[in-house]
Design a protein around this ligand. Structure first.
Ligand SMILES: CC(C)(COP(=O)(O)OP(=O)(O)OC[C@H]1O[C@@H](n2cnc3c(N)ncnc32)[C@H](O)[C@@H]1OP(=O)(O)O)[C@@H](O)C(=O)NCCC(=O)NCCS
Length: 371
């Protein structure tokens, strides 16, 4: 008989058991070298005190043995109908109905929390094909009535990139973006910029292509930005921020790059150019700017941001799910991806082309509506 128990995020033993299953399950399907959040990064996220999202993690046991893990994330301020679910089954125990039992229990939790839109992610190496046929997570989702709503591609960029290439990109960008000034920093967002930063950060989820997802615009909250900076510090990560301001001093674009101090993986988080400021190569201006940040790190790393867009163009709107693969930092972001038109309501127009970017993983968000 399977028992599902919510873990205490401050109980190291429980968190370790949960993380071991999560990492093993992700690596089994994405490849041993895939980037997963480290144990401590995950622990701090679970412990993080925030009013915007209720994060829960679970362990499933059969006869006392841990066989699977689960996650539930419930937005608490906007998108109140939504629940994000995650199921991770030990690779050697699959196809025995364990995933189904965990999913059913999580769906019940979501329902009793008043949620009616269930979201889950499946991911696989791009080399395994475009549509996820035969991929455990995708087949499992399909079997349980989840439908594709949005696709992401995570790309990878080995670093460092040749300085001459970045300089050429930077020169082209600055020729086109004379009306804007760029400002970069490491660590907390400067107080004078926090309002503009928070506005753009709240807009990313709805400004990026949303596919078939119905997403409400997030609430603008500067104190939440500060709380997230506390979490970043607790996770031994380092944040590199850049904004572009127009001549009136208004923040019209931002990007955030977060580098793990644990394993050197980096994540490109929110990146957005306001609609009225697009077409000025502000997206292209990031790489040259990020070089300045990269100089603060001693070792080279590999990077791979996540994007959602059409095959023909590249998005300046990157979501926060991007992970970069192993090896420590000295980094630059780029955006490149492809996605069928049907799933893309908006396309962006910047075309960042950094030599060496390769497609790594596909992430699909599947949804199911509860009656
Ligand atoms: C996806 C996952 C949770 C499935 O766990 P599981 O215990 O093997 O799932 P179940 O045994 O309950 O499978 C239920 C059904 O899903 C489908 N399915 C699951 N894995 C499949 C696979 N590798 N190929 C084809 N169909 C599959 C089948 O229809 C299966 O029924 P069947 O075995 O009677 O044919 C597990 O593979 C995993 O942890 N993957 C990594 C994380 C992930 O992708 N999670 C899902 C998104 S939240």
């Amino acid at each position: 008989m399977l028992e599902l128990m919510r873990i205490d995020p401050f109980d190291s033993r429980e968190v370790n058991l949960w993380w071991d299953i999560y990492a093993a399950a992700e690596r089994a399907d994405r490849g041993a070298g895939t980037a997963v959040w480290t144990r401590d990064e995950s622990r701090h996220e679970l412990q993080h005190d925030t009013a915007t999202i209720d994060r829960r993690a679970y362990l499933a046991r059969i006869d006392g043995e841990v066989v699977a893990g689960g996650r539930l994330a419930l937005p608490m301020r906007d998108n109140l109908r939504v629940a994000m679910l995650g199921v991770h089954v030990a690779p050697e125990l699959r196809r025995r109905g364990i995933g189904t039992a965990v999913l059913t229990a999580l769906e019940e939790e979501a329902r009793s929390a008043g949620r009616s839109i269930l979201k889950a992610n499946a991911s696989w190496p791009c080399s395994a094909g475009d549509d996820g046929s035969g991929v455990p997570g995708r087949e499992f989702a399909r079997r349980h009535g989840y439908a594709l709503a949005l696709g992401d591609v995570q790309s990878r960029l080995p670093l460092p990139v040749a300085a001459a290439h970045l300089d050429a990109l930077g020169a082209e960008a600055s020729a086109r973006s004379q009306d804007y000034s760029l400002r970069s920093w490491i660590g907390s967002v400067p107080q004078v910029l926090i309002g503009g930063w928070a506005e753009l950060d709240a807009a990313v989820d709805t400004e990026a292509p949303v596919g078939d997802l119905e997403i409400e615009r997030a609430t603008v909250d500067t104190s939440e930005i500060r709380r997230s900076e506390t979490l970043i510090a607790q996770q031994n990560r380092r944040s590199f921020g850049t904004v572009a301001c127009d001549r009136g001093g208004r923040v019209v674009a931002f990007t955030q790059l977060v580098v793990s101090g644990d394993d050197g993986n980096a994540y490109q988080w929110g990146t957005l150019v306001r609609r009225e400021a697009r077409g000025n190569r502000l997206g292209m201006a990031w790489p040259s700017r990020s070089r300045i940040c990269g100089c603060c790190w001693r070792t080279p790393l590999t990077c791979a941001p996540c994007t959602r867009t059409t095959p023909a163009s590249t998005s300046t709107c990157c979501r926060s799910t991007a992970a970069w693969a192993s090896r420590p930092p000295n980094s630059w972001p780029s955006c490149r991806s492809g996605w069928p038109e049907r799933r893309t309501r908006r396309t962006a127009h910047s075309s960042v082309q950094i030599t060496g970017v390769s497609r790594e993983l596909r992430f699909w968000t599947d949804i199911r509506l509860l009656n």
